[in-house]
Design a protein around this ligand. Structure first.
Ligand code: TXA
Ligand code: MG
Length: 321
């Protein structure tokens, strides 16, 4: 197994190599931001299109500010509350940030991860790291070292940091000033919920609105994403197992021999922690992964899990016609 120590990871990153590192959200495929070859290799290894910008991981707010041409004051409140942690902030970039990272955009996505190994590596390296999730483009993100090995075999060395605590990606947001109010645009729901953000801003008496923005602003957050090898099917009604199996097989034009039911835990945080791992465990030849959605899943604390489920799914079944 290509497992390496954090010290070895630092040495390799210094030389411009890529390593997979644990973060509290998912494992990241990391390369130093000041090495164009390393950056190109991230896209190559992931088969990631160059139009999909990368998140830059920094140690703390000072390092973040050194890469930002502007820093909206509301970010001080957000970083005080949520950094280090699963929150990614969009800012106008400085020259130090390559256009390869930002896919030509003038903005960069910044996040300070909370995993002790990621923090130690960032601290010892002293250079920020570009790190997308360590999976092939469009596939399920890894939440265990073994998942990364399954994705890339021995091509990429991995630091084992155990199972990821959050289990799905960070919340990506951008703040826009509107008179005396901040408009918080959530580009990707994730580890920090809309309610947590609202709570912190309200406590500090900062006037704000929070909206979800589905747009080109998050270029890689495509409608089909996070997909495991076996198809994920959302089931919205009760059907006999046999009828459902036949229907899915016909609709997907695929031989389905087994329906694997994914039962979501009651607690959305636990659901987040388990979802990608469940996708991997339930994947198999001829399997379809079926998920039953409940009305409670429409509440805001389920936003991130629901987003990943819908993007991972290839079919939603309401009736068998
Ligand atoms: O939790 C996470 O965020 C993980 C861990 C490894 O930190 N990383 C991650 O990276 O999910 P990735 O590359 O899989 O997703 C990055 C997302 C993409 O949807 C991308 O489009 C968006 O961030 N993004 C990056 N830069 C952006 C920018 N300048 N403006 C808008 N969206 C941006
Ligand atoms: Mg990803």
């Amino acid at each position: 197994m290509p497992l390496i120590t954090p010290e070895d990871a630092v040495e390799r990153l210094k030389r411009g190599e890529l390593v997979a590192i644990p973060t509290e959200t998912v494992y990241g495929l990391a390369g130093r931001i000041d090495d164009e070859r390393a950056l190109r290799r991230i896209f190559e290894v992931k088969s990631r299109p160059f139009f999909d910008p990368l998140i830059v991981h920094i140690e703390n707010k000072d390092q973040a500010k050194s890469l930002a041409r502007e820093w909206p004051p509301v970010y001080d409140t957000l970083t005080d509350a949520f950094w280090p942690g699963p929150l990614t902030l969009i800012v106008p970039k400085t020259e130090a940030v390559s256009h390869l990272i930002t896919a030509g955009l003038e903005t960069v996505a910044l996040r300070s991860p909370n995993h002790p190994i990621a923090r130690k590596i960032l601290q010892e390296l002293g250079v920020p790291l570009a790190a997308p999730s360590a999976n092939r483009f469009g596939r399920t993100s890894p939440t265990r070292a073994q998942d990364v090995i399954d994705e890339f075999q021995d091509k990429i060395p991995v630091v084992d940091g155990g199972a990821c605590e959050v289990g799905l990606e960070s919340t990506v947001l951008r703040a826009v000033q509107e008179g005396d109010k901040w408009r918080i645009e959530i580009l990707r729901p994730g580890g920090v919920s809309r309610d947590q953000i609202a709570h912190v801003l309200s406590q500090k008496k900062i006037p704000h609105t929070i909206i979800r923005v589905e747009s080109k602003a998050t270029p890689g957050h495509t409608p089909a994403h996070y997909q495991p090898e076996s198809p994920v099917v959302i089931v919205k009604n009760n059907f006999s197992e046999e009828d459902l199996k036949k229907y899915i097989a016909a609709r997907l034009n695929q031989n389905i021999v087994k329906l694997q039911w994914l039962t979501l835990p009651e607690d959305p945080r636990q659901a987040a922690r388990e979802i990608y791992h469940s996708f991997r465990l339930l994947t198999g030849p001829g399997h379809a992964i079926c998920v039953r959605l409940q009305p409670s899943h429409l509440s805001t604390d389920w936003e991130a899990v629901l987003d990943r489920l819908l993007r991972a799914s290839v079919l939603s079944v309401e009736n068998l016609k």
